[in-house]
Design a protein around this ligand. Structure first.
Ligand SMILES: *Cc1c(COP(=O)(O)O)cnc(C)c1O
Length: 366
């Protein structure tokens, strides 16, 4: 069966991973969600082979799956856990604590399970993200709670998550400075600060300024998807049907807009095709573009990520679960069944491929 395929130049892709190790020594690879399009199983394998025995997962459910794959020594869980815990969860997982309630939940769970070994936590500090995170006051309370708890708690470190936009390097540095000062004032002898979204230069500046602190980068997008030249996507044409103006077709039994061809290709909603997350319009041009696409969609014109002869093709109707129907006007000679079409702008954080094909070294990807 022909399918939606990710072509990976693994040699070059691994080279990028090694390059990131140079830029961000001892970084923690983030393996979450759909595994950034590659699948979490593959990413866990690659991380393991690259010598990474400490990784970060998005949720506890993900961590439970990842720990089965390889003998990771630690898995940092990025999302606070407020669901029921099992004793096994406490042995290798580091829990992110972003509120006092989350700390209470963890302590109560450990007590209920009669867990007696130290449990590992990371205190997540409030940042300009305004996501879960402890304020300095809450951090003081949380610290008291830790030192008086009937359970042994090991503070593995602290975490700061920076916004992607509207924050200069200087802002980030002063946020780091401020928190490190707070730790000192609270008498917390912290040594490890987990951070994300910092350039190597800023990381270096922070490390030089605070030599007793170990800064640990959590890398996701820039690690796995950082070198876009190392992967590309294609689909296969399943069938080509000529259609005449006014003839009906598809699930929706729409009428054809003009003479041409219906192109059936692999890849549908189950693969993340045609799915979109709400976008963030920035600037007039972006707004105009969104308005234009919105107006077109009202007339059932939806642009697909599939291309043919360098042009993006329109969906003939909404994508099906595992296939899509595209339209090609009569004046263009249509592709043939089995032909591969290039896919552009596929959102890797929602994509799910039928197959991943590794390119032989020296083979060009695009
Ligand atoms: C997802 C996540 C990361 C990695 O984010 P990318 O933007 O994919 O690099 C880092 N830190 C935290 C807390 C995260 O949740």
């Amino acid at each position: 069966m022909l399918s939606l395929t990710l072509y990976l130049d693994r040699t070059q892709w691994l080279k990028h991973l090694r390059h990131m190790e140079e830029l961000y020594p001892d970084y923690v690879p983030v393996i979450k969600g759909n595994g950034y399009g590659f699948g979490s199983v593959r990413l866990a394998q690659e991380a393991w082979e690259a010598g990474k025995d400490k990784i970060a997962a998005g949720t506890i459910e993900e961590a439970r799956q990842l720990i089965k794959l390889h003998n990771f020594t630690e898995i940092l869980i990025l999302t606070p856990v407020v669901t029921e815990l099992r004793a096994a969860d406490f042995t290798k997982f580091i829990f992110t604590i972003g509120s006092l309630g989350q700390l209470h939940h963890l302590l109560q769970s450990a007590q209920k399970l009669n867990y007696s070994l130290p449990i590992m936590i990371v205190f997540k500090c409030e940042s300009t993200m305004r996501r879960y995170g402890l304020s300095p006051q809450d951090l003081a309370l949380a610290n008291t709670l830790v030192s008086t708890a009937p359970i042994s708690i090991q503070i593995e470190g602290y975490a700061l998550h920076f916004a992607l936009e509207r924050l200069t390097d200087r802002d980030k540095l002063s946020e780091i400075d401020a928190w490190l000062k707070t730790f000192e004032e609270l008498g917390l002898n912290q040594t490890k600060l987990y951070i994300s979204h910092l350039t190597p230069t800023v990381l270096q500046q922070a490390s030089l300024k605070h030599p007793t602190t170990t800064f640990v980068m959590r890398l996701g997008t820039s690690l796995w998807l950082g070198d876009t030249s190392t992967y590309s996507f294609r689909t296969n044409v399943l069938d080509v049907k000529p259609i005449k103006f006014g003839e009906r077709f598809g699930y929706k039994q729409k009428t054809a807009w003009r003479d041409g061809y219906l192109i059936y290709v692999s890849g549908g909603t189950a693969n993340g095709i045609g799915m979109e997350s709400p976008s963030h319009a920035k600037g007039l041009m972006a707004r105009l573009k969104l308005t234009l696409f919105w107006l077109l969609s009202l007339c059932n014109f939806n642009l697909s990520p599939f291309t043919y002869k360098g042009h993006k093709l329109w969906f003939a109707e909404p994508p099906h679960m595992q296939a899509s129907i595209l339209k090609v006007p009569k004046k263009i000679s249509p592709p043939f069944p089995g032909e591969e079409l290039i896919i552009k702008n596929l959102r890797m954080t929602i994509a799910k491929f039928d197959e991943i094909v590794e390119l032989e070294p020296q083979t060009s990807c695009n």
